[in-house]
Structures are given as structure tokens and as C-alpha cells.
Design a protein around this ligand. Structure first.
Ligand code: BTN
Length: 246
């Protein structure tokens, strides 16, 4: 547990290169350079939220690796349900949303970083999770106030962060064991149940200014998003930012 770090993901990657064991967890009260997906920043003020990174070092086949971002999302949904009884929804691949009056607001974000291999031949993966827990609306930067939310805003109650952390770590452990021992079927089913993207019209924003529009039809066997593009082609999307259009 750290008071202030630049990024729990960055710190844990350093520890991993110094042989930190599988399951090492870094938690911080605040981050000065919290990392988001696609080079974005993650707003990380002190004392309010959860910023946690978990190291996975077990030998991993590609079939397991591609499911880790989705597994982390399912774990966040379970921990939130456990503590608040609320059903969070997922925007592919792993934005955690609370849907109110038909609008999904972002409650938690996940950044999975593969940081290379060790001499022993294992793959190192850092799973970084940020959950907006006790953050009042006025604490969010102005430009995020209509698109982001917290458990406090959604439930009207503050949530004990240590309990949320314990529940989240427990869920990651159970799901990761399940993925390694039994393969992705169970996680895929849980993911589909919470997924708000499947069945919707979406725009996929790709690198640069390119984008594709179509209908999200499902999740492929490796966790990719199956998209029926407007020109009729079936695509499997493995990277990109999804915008729900309807
Ligand atoms: C996103 O953009 O949705 C991903 C946000 C991930 C934020 C978490 S907070 C803990 C961990 N450390 C980081 O620097 N980022 C992740």
C-alpha cells in the first residue's frame, strides 16, 4: 500500500522485472500519472477511489492472455455487485459503466499491460484497475462530469474501499484460476451477461481518425468483438475504442 505513486501499473512493472511473484498487488491512495487506455490519463485524487495493479506471471498461452482484460472487467462487476447489489454493465472490452436513464457513465477502467517475458519463459501481465468509489460529482474535472460516475454518486452512500478491494482481489483470483484450469467458457458467459455492447449499433474508433460503424453481434472465442459492419462484412475487432450509438 503506497501513499502516492506515479502509476501503480508502472511501479508494479518495475517490481515484476525485479522478480516479484505471481499475484503481487500494488495499491495506492493517489497517482500523479495514472495511466488510462489509448494513452489517456486516469484522474487519481487521494483518499477517494481505488487504484490497484495485480501481477500475473503464470505461464500463459495466448488463449488465456486475450481473456485477461475481459476477466478483470467481470471481476469488477462481481465486486460491485457484492458490495452495493448494483449491476454494472460493460462496454467492450473493459469499460465498467453504470446505466441510468439509458445513459452509461464510466465507473471503472482497466488497463492490462503485457510487459514481456522472464528468462524462465513466463509472460508477465500487469492488470491495472481504477474504480471511482467515493468521489463526489464536483470532484471530477468539468469535462468528465457528464460521462463519469462513482459508487457514491450512484448509491448515495460511501463504500469502504478496503472491502471493495478484498472482494475485487478475491474475484480476480477465482476467475483467473478458472481461466487457467478450465479455459475461457465460464468467463465468456459471465462477460456476455454483463456486456452492454452486444446488440448495439457502435462506432469503433481505430488508430488515427479512422473509424468503422456497424452492429456488435457478439464476442469471438478469443475475446474479440464480432462486428457486422455496415457494408455487410463480419469483422473481429481486437483493438479500438467503442462508442455506443444507440
Ligand atoms: C481506462 O482508460 O479506462 C483504464 C484506466 C485504468 C486506471 C488504472 S488505476 C490503477 C492502474 N494504474 C494506472 O496507471 N492505471 C490503472
Amino acid at each position: 500500500m503506497y501513499d502516492e505513486v506515479d502509476s501503480t501499473n508502472r511501479l508494479l512493472a518495475d517490481l515484476a522485472h525485479k522478480s516479484a511473484p505471481d499475484g503481487t498487488v500494488v495499491v495506492a491512495e493517489s497517482q500523479t500519472a495514472g495511466r488510462g487506455r489509448i494513452g489517456r490519463q486516469w484522474v487519481s485524487p487521494p483518499g477517494l477511489n481505488l487504484y490497484v495493479s495485480i501481477l500475473l506471471t503464470r505461464p500463459q498461452v495466448t488463449a488465456v492472455l486475450t481473456w485477461i482484460p475481459l476477466l478483470a472487467a467481470v471481476a469488477v462487476v462481481r465486486a460491485i455487485r457484492d458490495l452495493t447489489k448494483r449491476a454494472a454493465r460493460l462496454k467492450w472490452p473493459n469499460d465498467v459503466l453504470m446505466v441510468r436513464n439509458g445513459n452509461g457513465r464510466k465507473l471503472a477502467g482497466i488497463l492490462v499491460e503485457a510487459i514481456g517475458g522472464s528468462p524462465a519463459g513466463t509472460r508477465l501481465v500487469v492488470v491495472g484497475i481504477g474504480v471511482n468509489v467515493n468521489m463526489p460529482l464536483e470532484t471530477f474535472p468539468q469535462d468528465l462530469r457528464s460521462t463519469a460516475t462513482s459508487l457514491l454518486i450512484e448509491t448515495g452512500r460511501s463504500v469502504e474501499r478496503t472491502r471493495l478491494l478484498a472482494s475485487l482481489l478475491g474475484a480476480v483470483e477465482v476467475l483467473y484460476d478458472q481461466l487457467c484450469d478450465q479455459g475461457p467458457d465460464g468467463i465468456a458467459a459471465a462477460y456476455r451477461e454483463s456486456c452492454d455492447t452486444i446488440g448495439r449499433r457502435v462506432r469503433i474508433e481505430l488508430m488515427g481518425s479512422a473509424h468503422i460503424e456497424g452492429t456488435a453481434e457478439g464476442i469471438a472465442s478469443d475475446g474479440a468483438l464480432r462486428l457486422r459492419a455496415d457494408d455487410g462484412k463480419m469483422l473481429e475487432i481486437r483493438a479500438g475504442d467503442v462508442v455506443h450509438l444507440g
